[in-house]
Design a protein around this ligand. Structure first.
Ligand code: NAP
Length: 246
């Protein structure tokens, strides 16, 4: 596991948006960021799940989060622009953005891959991250430092049979992050990095590996040290890296 002990007030006064905050790793990240003092914007497609994350944060006594329901598969540029406008009005700036939401799609040979499913996966895993980042960049340039995190996978670094659009989307995510990191390095306060969570007990993992005993993988809460490190100011100067949470 990545070795980092986050100070209690690491993210105090910071505003951080997490996509896919209603389940799995996104939910754990939103809770961990709030536990370190951040005001977290919980973005996702299933309102009831976002409300569960909201309740967990509120019950724990952490800063009151905000909920922003959005389906990344159908959202158009104007909806991302609308989100940026609301965040600008409510918070005035953004210190962190975690691109976490993703679709697994099919596990099948490319020869059989359903083109409609291919487009869905690319829309959620790549195009939505691009559009969201583009619209939120102006708010991210306002604080003294800001962190953008993308989520990759082992199958986004080495091509593996049957991972289809998901694998390709994670390669694209690595590329998107590298390009953005270089573009912003000398011209902004924003650092851009990628996290590979590694095998983690979530709904997606069970779907991808139905025969696996889930108990052998860490829980989402266990892989948070790297998320906290890269989201907080201790990682200032780290840019364009793709790091393993485990
Ligand atoms: P998960 O439990 O399936 O959670 C995925 C999240 O993405 C859910 O909150 C889901 O919302 C959201 N989402 C999916 N489609 C969406 C859409 N169209 N609009 C808005 N939100 C959407 O998966 P996870 O395992 O936590 O995965 C989190 C990230 O880690 C992903 O990027 C994944 O590729 C990566 N990852 C995971 C593992 C692993 O072993 N778990 C390994 C490598 C990489 P709903 O809850 O509403 O469906």
């Amino acid at each position: 596991m990545f070795d980092y002990q986050a100070p209690q007030q690491l993210l105090q006064e910071r505003i951080i948006l997490v996509t896919g905050a209603g389940d799995g790793i996104g939910r754990a990240a939103a809770f961990s960021f709030a536990a370190k003092g951040a005001t977290v914007i919980l973005l996702g497609r299933t309102l009831s799940k976002l409300e569960d994350t909201y309740d967990a944060i509120e019950t724990a006594g952490y800063p009151q989060p905000a909920i922003y329901p959005l389906n990344l598969e159908s959202a158009a540029q104007a909806e991302y622009a609308g989100l940026a406008q609301i965040l600008g009005r409510e918070f005035g700036q953004l210190h962190g953005l975690l691109h976490n939401a993703a679709l697994l799609g099919q596990r099948t040979p490319l020869g059989n891959y359903d083109p409609a499913m291919w487009n869905q996966v690319m829309q959620v895993n790549v195009n939505a991250s691009f559009m969201l980042t583009q619209e939120l960049l102006p708010l991210l340039t306002i604080p003294v430092d800001a962190s953008v995190l993308f989520t990759s996978s082992g199958v986004g670094r080495v091509g593996k049979a049957y991972w289809g659009a998901y694998g390709v989307s994670k390669f694209a995510t690595e590329g998107l992050a590298q390009i953005l990191a270089q573009e912003l390095e000398k011209t902004s306060n924003i650092r851009v990095n990628v996290i590979n969570p590694g095998a983690t007990q979530t709904r997606m993992r069970v779907k991808a590996y139905p025969g696996e005993d889930p108990c052998c993988n860490p829980a989402a809460a266990d892989i948070m040290p790297l998320y906290l490190y890269l989201m907080g100011p201790d990682s200032i100067g780290t840019n364009g890296q793709s790091l393993d949470a485990q």
